[in-house]
Ligand binder design. Sequence first.
Ligand code: PLP
Length: 344
Amino acid sequence: MKRNEINALVRKNIASLCPYSTARDEYQGGIGIFLDANESPYENGFNRYPDPHQKSLKARLGQIKGMATENIFLGNGSDEAIDLIFRIFCNPGIDNAVAIAPSYGMYGVAAGINDIELREVQLGNGFSLPTDELLKACDAHTKAIFLCSPNNPNGNAFPREDLLRIIDSFRGMVVVDEAYIDFSSIPSLKEEVLERPNLIVLQTLSKAWGMAGLRLGMAFADEYVIRLMSAVKYPYNINKSAQDSVLRLLEESVEGKVRETVSERTRVARELEQLSCVQTVFQSEANFLLVKVNDADSIYGQLIEEGIIVRNRSRIKGCESCLRITIGTREENDRLLSSLRTIK
Ligand SMILES: *Cc1c(COP(=O)(O)O)cnc(C)c1O
């Protein structure tokens, strides 16, 4: 798709929106006597509004990710970006979106809040991407397709060619959620946004980067799409404390921790496969394993009694009898495995 075709997908009220202009947008200088924003003049570290454009943070993330700041949106978690995509492109009560299933629950929640029908297309055998079925589920009112790779809750990543085929065939926005990309051997699609203005790639600092508590999600997209997202977000969506803490924590390498998680994933998968209560350990490119067990509810309950909390996904279509287990530290994983060994 071309950039001028994206314009036609945007809701009329958003296309004509005049975004809120903050006091700091109107005066760009650094030092001065700031009597423009009705802030308290008494310094306590937080008395001033934060940078609404997150310039320093975007510059650093741009360096790390190898992306221009014009192609980066920062949100209060990726959840903010998901909600914004519905608000920008989907007319409530009229438009719809398509998503794979099973997948991340927030697509459905955000669609529901925005009064948008979410059409879910079940993954194929072995959690494969149902490319043709996804395209067939779209109609003239479908504004977005949500894909997640590596996918939550099963952990597999989809082939790049299949994802690109959907992006290039669909006349609407395609969101590829890469929350777990740092654990994956398959490269990100983020550079493709430079050629494909209908692609939005989501990443987050909540998983591999260890900053779930700070709430920082990223969207990579064509600069026109980024401008729309920035115009619709709350002006000060990332608070000063989060901007400062993220900048500081980005200087600490997580490479070693990610490598350890990936090697633990392999070890835990191999150990789980030996257990009599385990039927299948699904292939994962993420920091969790979806595990099919003999009796999910009972094993879930027994683990809780031992103070080990996993996610019971057994009531989700496509995940019958399955638990989703996050990879912890080596010690935590050993505790999990020894508890499971006592289960018949
Ligand atoms: C955890 C997760 C996220 C992260 O959301 P944040 O709001 O950034 O914490 C996004 N997508 C998927 C599929 C996830 O599992």
